[in-house]
Design a protein around this ligand. Structure first.
Ligand SMILES: [Mn+2]
Length: 551
């Protein structure tokens, strides 16, 4: 068995194909000759109605509010639209709901605030499509709505001035997978084209790429274009606050940005505010238009919150895992609650448990009478289907096959746990719970060279539905095995080829150093990479898992 207990699945064993052809064959929607061109924003069916209402609001000096969501997708989309509106002279401000105090989306409680501030136009970002009732109530008060969203469309759509949604039935828009920030970016694009043609849409694409990556949009079609353009732009971003976040994260502006930089260094910081504090902090930092003491102070504050978020996450995960281990046997569905686990991190904990144990996991914050839960699941279990089946026990619920959330009253908790555990037990009876590690194809050690690396680099940017190419190296002899990093947390070794030696790094696998030393020959799952160091490029492998060779 592999040291991480994963099941390795090699996707392509076609001996007639080259390694690059095999990797490309494992992906759909990747067009290597694709022009880096965005679709025409005027292809959205209701875009003219949206622009006409915005024009009227600017001319009549009406107050406009951009209303977003508290995650990276919502925050970046809100910043994009607010800035584009500002540029054309609109009287615009922005609101984001507070995760704990307000919950998700545009709710009725905000109407009073809109009235008090004499707002007559609300433009939603990354939310709003399911807010049919609220939009109706707003209308009664003389407040119009333009909806921009990408979430599931309800049967009864809101009665808005315009709805921009890439998945509307019969939509002429050619690409359905835009995220919230992507849709906001398209509206901003239309606003600029129509009212401020000298402006450069490139000034906004970096933020749109952050939202697209953080919201796990598939990196196909126009999302791929947005991310490609955005990552290039990020190095010279004009958003002072974003630059500050990147400086604090010690990101090297001379290196090319990739989806990992965004996913692991930038996005978690922007998200931290909305998870355990006020998302407005991250938004107002991004909206700062000059380098000032305030920008520094907001940046420091955000970094502090991110540090707290990390500790909370680590503590909660360790405690949750301890409870799973102490129980002796991993149940078909992991369900754990605690008073001290913040609702903003329960989803992260559930995700890591689901990944580690190959089982669905529900993690809840216990508020006494009410429990707020996040559920995550591996691909072999549909968690929203299971939750819906027992929806009668719940106050509210929503989500997708692999990620969902719900609220439940204490009095129903025991029965819910019992029933959903029984259901999961039946569903997963014959399912191997081992997490799957997908591998593109086998790799020959002689192929570990720049020629192949160059070919693979054409597939960038890597991310959802276009994961970094992953290879299996069989029967290799690990040389110079050792530990590196803080507390020896990473593992390193070398592999010999006919011509030279290639270095291998395995992040967070330092604890397996003895196992590796014990085996003379191992099979390794890895990425093939270019390591730029001291002005020179080196071929490097990043190992993801290994096991003793069979032969
Ligand atoms: Mn979103």
């Amino acid at each position: 068995m592999s040291v991480l207990g994963k099941k390795w699945v090699v996707k392509n064993n076609d001996f007639n194909k080259s390694t690059f052809e095999k990797v490309l064959g494992n992906r759909t929607g990747i067009d290597l000759n694709m022009e880096e061109k965005l679709h025409d924003p005027f292809l959205f069916d209701e875009i003219e109605a949206a622009l006409a209402r915005i024009k009227e609001a600017v001319e009549k000096e009406e107050r406009i509010i951009v209303f977003g969501d508290y995650d990276v997708d919502g925050i970046t989309g809100t910043a994009i639209l607010a800035q584009a509106l500002k540029k054309i002279g609109a009287k615009v401000s922005y609101r984001l709901p507070h995760r704990v105090e307000d919950g998700y989306g545009l709710t009725a409680k905000f109407i009073k605030d809109f009235e008090e501030n004499k707002v007559s136009l609300v433009i939603t970002v990354d939310c709003g499509i399911s807010c049919t009732d609220v939009v109706e109530k707003m209308k009664e008060k003389g407040i119009d709505a333009i909806i921009t969203d990408h979430h599931t469309i309800p049967v009864k759509k809101p009665n808005a001035v315009a709805i921009l949604h890439p998945k509307l039935e019969g939509s002429s828009y050619p690409y359905p997978e835009l995220t919230g920030s992507g849709v906001a970016f398209k509206l901003a694009h239309a606003i600029i084209k129509r009212f401020s043609p000298d402006e450069d849409i490139d000034d906004y694409v970096d933020l749109a790429s952050l939202g697209t990556i953080a919201d796990l949009g598939p990196l196909t079609g126009e999302n791929r274009t947005i991310v490609k353009m955005g990552l290039k732009r990020l190095k010279k971003t004009k958003w002072t606050g974003l630059r500050k976040i990147m400086e604090i994260a010690a990101i090297d502006f001379n290196k090319d940005m990739d989806t990992t930089t965004v996913g692991f260094q930038i996005a978690p910081r922007i998200n931290a505010a909305g998870r355990i504090g006020d998302p407005y902090l991250a938004l107002s930092l991004i909206m700062q238009d000059e380098k000032s003491e305030k920008t520094q102070a907001l940046g420091d504050q955000l970094e502090k919150i991110n540090g707290e978020r990390k500790i909370m996450m680590k503590d909660a995960f360790e405690e949750a895992e301890k409870r799973v281990v102490d129980a002796g046997k991993v149940p078909p569905i992991i369900i754990i609650e605690d008073k001290g686990w913040h609702v903003g991190i329960v989803g992260l904990v559930a995700g890591r448990l689901a990944e580690k144990y190959g089982r669905p996991a529900i993690i809840m914050q216990d508020f006494g009478e009410m429990f707020v839960a996040s559920a995550r699941s591996p691909e072999h279990f549909n968690v929203i289907k299971a939750i819906t089946k027992f929806g009668d026990y719940l106050v509210s619920f929503g989500g997708h096959a692999q990620a969902a959330g719900f609220n439940i009253e204490k009095k129903n908790l025991a029965a819910f746990k019992k029933d959903i555990t029984k259901h999961a037990g039946k569903e997963l009876k014959d399912v191997d719970p081992k997490p799957i590690l997908e591998i593109d194809c086998e790799l020959n050690t002689e192929e570990m060279n720049f020629a192949l690396i160059k070919e693979l680099e054409q597939l960038k940017p890597f991310g959802i539905e276009n994961t970094k190419p992953t290879f299996l190296l069989k029967n290799i002899e690990p040389l110079f095995v050792g530990q590196v990093g803080k507390e020896g947390s990473h593992l390193k070794f070398s592999v010999r080829t006919a011509k030279d030696e290639v270095r291998v790094i395995a992040f967070r696998m330092g604890e397996h150093v003895d196992k590796m030393r014990k085996h003379r020959k191992i099979d390794v799952v890895c990425h093939l990479e270019r390591n730029h160091w001291n002005n020179k490029d080196y071929v490097q492998l990043q190992a993801l898992d290994f096991e003793k060779s069979q032969q």
